[in-house]
Design a binder for this molecule. Structure first.
Ligand code: MG
Length: 452
């Protein structure tokens, strides 16, 4: 039995504890042993441990005979774009995304620019734990080259996929909060290219994240909310540390939950192109409401952006994404892209000639109620099986955990990936009804735990 290294979004840990220079070197050797021969692109976010871990990964890749192209600091989707538009065997990004400064991580990208699939992760894990590296002899050791053109090519790629003239003529003012992360070199420049007046917050790269924690949740965005109001901006945007996500603020300085911006973009794309939208089972029903009304269909997946991207690829989806501000545009690339999301939302606001808050007000609103229940870890699967039987008279799916659908809402019971608790999410038109559905889910779950 080979232990698991990869989590939902690559490998993450606290630097010096579980994310060490030795792990990064072994990962480099393992990835290099599994990937097809050919060059590998390597990039990172501005974390202080980035150069150390990047050099260790790079040493391992070079030792397995791969040439390396080092892009320097770049958003994760920028590196992915560089890989899929170039000729690479794959890519590696040294980033811990939205985690605090003491964390870092390794994301592995396949030759198409997508995060590697679970079977590919298992192959890398097998080499890692068996130390079965395929090392090159001295004549075949890889060469390293620096290429700083990737950032510019990424911005060009996004600009080419929106109606730049429509955006330019709207005369928008946007506040951009880059969290001192990887988007400092991309999002403000992207908006300037699109003729948008930019007000920048936390706009210089600094891996200690002095401005705010890199997760774009409401409690971290007070300065952005105030600045949007104070500067009379048309909207605000905040990225996470590696800028695969974008979270918005309306012109009144109100935080916009990610499922609402997801629904807004889904509505726009499906009303023009029709088609399939892919999103995890945990997403708000407001997405399905607007997609159905626009003549499209929603396909649900397990939670996790790499899975959403894979299903989009297989189903030929028009759009997909998560409720945390991670959106995927298949005409651009099959991964979450914070810069592309920003450009699209700005395009929608510019094209509508209306206020951002008015567009969002047309999206149906639901209340979410969350709770959790502890259980004994080894009983997880038995509890889920029992829960499915107990709920069998109701409308149930087991795509990820157990989700019970009601006429006016749903409840999802899902085991946490990191601790022995079941998380219960319930969504309904009113807070009272959402709480009642969560309580029904909790009662069923407690019965399942007692009977397991
Ligand atoms: Mg991220």
């Amino acid at each position: 039995m080979i232990p698991r290294l990869f989590g939902t979004n690559g490998i993450r840990g606290v630097v010096g504890q579980d994310m060490t220079v030795d792990l990064a070197l072994r990962m480099g050797k393992s990835i290099g042993s599994v990937f097809e021969p050919g060059p590998i692109a390597v990039g990172r976010d501005p974390r202080t441990s980035g150069p150390m871990l990047r050099d260790a990964v790079a040493a391992g890749l070079l030792a397995t005979g791969h040439d390396i192209v080092d892009t320097g600091v770049i958003p994760t989707p920028g590196l992915q774009y560089f890989v899929h538009t170039g000729r690479f065997s794959g890519g590696v990004v040294v980033t811990a995304s939205h985690n605090p400064a003491e964390f870092n991580g390794i994301k592995v990208i396949d030759s198409q620019g997508m995060e590697v699939s679970r079977p590919e992760e298992e192959r890398i894990e097998a080499v890692y734990f068996r130390e079965a590296y395929r090392l090159a002899d001295w004549k075949a050791v890889g060469r390293l080259r620096v290429d700083t053109s990737a950032v510019g090519a990424y911005i060009d790629g996004i600009v080419s996929k929106v109606h730049a003239d429509v955006i330019r003529s709207a005369g928008l003012r946007v506040v951009v909060d880059c969290a001192n992360g990887a988007s400092c070199g991309t999002s403000p420049a992207l908006l300037s290219r699109l003729g948008v007046e930019v007000i920048s917050l936390n706009g210089h790269p600094d891996g200690t994240f002095p401005g705010r924690p890199p997760e774009p949740v409401r409690e971290n965005l007070g300065a952005l909310l105030r600045e949007v109001r104070a500067s009379n901006a048309h909207l605000g945007v905040a990225h996470d540390g590696d800028a695969d996500r974008a979270i918005f603020v309306d012109e009144r300085g109100e935080y916009v939950f990610g499922d609402r911006s997801l629904a807004l973009v889904a509505k726009d794309l499906v009303s023009r192109h029709g088609g399939v939208v892919v999103t995890p089972v945990s997403s708000s029903r407001c997405v399905e409401d607007v997609v159905r009304a626009a003549g499209g269909t929603v396909v649900y997946t397990k939670v996790g952006a790499p899975i959403v991207a894979r299903v989009m690829y297989e189903r030929g989806a028009v759009f997909g994404g998560e409720e945390n501000g991670g959106m995927i545009f298949p005409n651009h690339q099959f991964c979450r892209d914070g810069g592309m999301t920003l450009a699209r939302v700005v395009e929608i606001v510019a094209g509508s000639r209306r206020r951002f808050s008015e567009l969002l007000a047309e999206i149906p609103a639901y209340s979410l109620h969350k709770t959790s229940v502890r259980y004994k870890a080894p009983e997880r699967d038995a509890i889920l099986a029992r829960l499915k039987v107990l709920a069998s008279s109701l409308r149930v799916d087991d795509i990820d955990g157990i989700k019970v659908h009601y006429e006016d809402g749903w409840v999802l019971v899902r085991p946490s990936g990191t601790e022995p608790i079941f998380r219960i999410f319930a969504e309904a038109p009113t807070p009272g009804r959402a709480k009642a559905l969560a309580e029904e889910g909790e009662a069923l779950l407690k019965k399942a735990i007692a009977g397991a």
